[in-house]
Design a protein around this ligand. Structure first.
Ligand SMILES: C[S@@+](CC[C@H](N)C(=O)[O-])C[C@H]1O[C@@H](n2cnc3c(N)ncnc32)[C@H](O)[C@@H]1O
Length: 379
């Protein structure tokens, strides 16, 4: 099967809410005069870039953009008239190769009004399966993007193993998984993958923890978690060992233990931090628990997911830094209550730089109007 020359075309994956910012990032990386946006879509766009692919992709990695999730070179084009499913399905193996499981995502770039993108994906997938190809919608080894233009279909493919972990999250249909307490948990899972956080995390601090998705993720992995929130955690569904709830009553800390039947009687807080897999819920605002936190420090990871203005979260991160082991990671969401905050991310970097280094900010797949920041507690 013949392929059209497609040199210089790339599929850019970026959330449509932040497309302008992604376009600015690619212009800064490739040089504004070198970038021609050909199709801007909900999450998949096509750009033509006058730069040699290897250098470009290296510069992209180095620039560590916030809003561009992936840039994938177009590797083939199939000439078609109308929506010729059979022709596309028969030409694809010659372009993407075989021997792997795959998933197709079709994007209608203006043409083919008679059939939905989903319908095209299903029809092509079925025909390819009949020809011995294996589809895996949940966790494919190769993701294939088909951009249906008038007269031709552009093809790009990304192999999960060739790309970073963030890419894999784009491939996997995590939304349908039940192995989690809430959707929020996926944001922390993605942050762990994107920023290379791993291994046993020891003792973790989770600020803005209710209803407990991040706490569940951490405790399930064997960490001891100190969760802070005035709101209730979903104790019944937390996959943790011992769960202790601590409240400040008239200047004293009181603790109650949760068992299957509910919360037990109150007793003075022992001051003991959680052991592996256990959760201590400090029920109140983070600033109410200064002494208790000092007693349970040091922490090996701090997570902050408070629904407050970004500079307020940054202030909490700075105040908590002294409780963190040097070199330990900190993950914080930046809630874009005001979209113009995107222009002021440097203010957050600057505020944090007194106590943290290696600051990176990403729009992760499960972030909505927010971004995720990663940093390391510095000396
Ligand atoms: C988006 S929710 C957190 C979701 C949570 N990470 C999860 O996985 O379920 C934001 C939380 O921040 C909490 N919050 C806001 N200000 C806070 C403060 N000063 N101290 C502690 N928690 C706070 C709110 O009560 C709210 O429950």
């Amino acid at each position: 099967m013949q392929s059209d020359p497609t040199t210089g075309h790339y599929i850019m994956i970026a959330d449509e809410r932040f497309l302008n910012y992604a376009a600015r990032e690619i212009a800064a990386i490739a040089g504004a005069g070198n970038v021609v946006p050909e199709y801007l879509g909900a999450s998949v766009s096509v750009v033509k870039i006058g730069a040699e692919p290897e250098g470009l992709l290296a510069r992209l990695r180095e620039a560590d953009p916030v809003f561009i999730s992936m840039l994938i070179p177009v590797i083939g084009a199939i000439p078609v008239s109308g929506t010729d499913i059979d022709r596309i399905a028969d030409a694809l193996p010659g372009i993407i190769g075989g021997g792997h499981t795959f998933r197709i995502e079709a994007v209608k770039a203006g043409a083919h009004p008679d059939v939905s993108a989903k319908g095209i994906e299903v029809a092509i997938g079925e025909r390819m399966e009949r020809n011995g190809f294996r589809i895996d919608l949940a966790s494919p080894e190769v993701m294939v993007y088909l951009i249906l233009e008038g007269g031709r279909v552009l093809v790009a493919s990304a192999r999960a193993c060739d790309t970073d972990d963030r890419t894999i999250d784009h491939f996997r249909l995590e939304n349908r998984s039940n192995d989690r307490l809430n959707r929020s948990e996926l944001k922390l899972k993605e942050a762990f993958a994107a920023f290379g956080i791993g291994g046993a995390m020891g003792r973790c601090l989770d600020v803005g923890a209710a209803p407990g998705g991040w706490t569940d993720f951490l405790a399930r992995r064997g960490s001891g978690v100190v969760a802070i929130d005035a709101g209730l955690l979903d104790y019944r569904n937390l996959r943790a060992g011992r769960i202790t709830v601590v409240e400040k009553v008239g200047g004293a800390y009181l603790e109650r233990e949760f068992s299957g039947g509910g919360l037990g009687g109150a007793a003075p807080f022992s001051g003991q931090g959680p052991r592996a897999h256990d959760v201590v819920h400090l029920k109140g605002a983070v600033d109410d628990f200064g002494d208790a936190l000092k007693g349970m420090a040091p922490f090996d990871l701090a997570c902050i997911d408070m629904n407050v203005a970004p500079m307020e979260s940054a202030g909490v991160a700075v105040r908590l830094a002294e409780l963190l082991v040097e070199g330990s990671p900190m993950v914080m969401t930046i809630k874009l209550t005001d979209i113009s905050y995107v222009e002021r991310l440097d203010r957050i970097r600057e505020a944090l730089s007194a106590r943290y280094s290696g600051i990176r900010i990403k729009k992760l797949p499960h972030n909505r109007m927010e971004l995720t920041l990663f940093a390391v507690r510095s000396r």
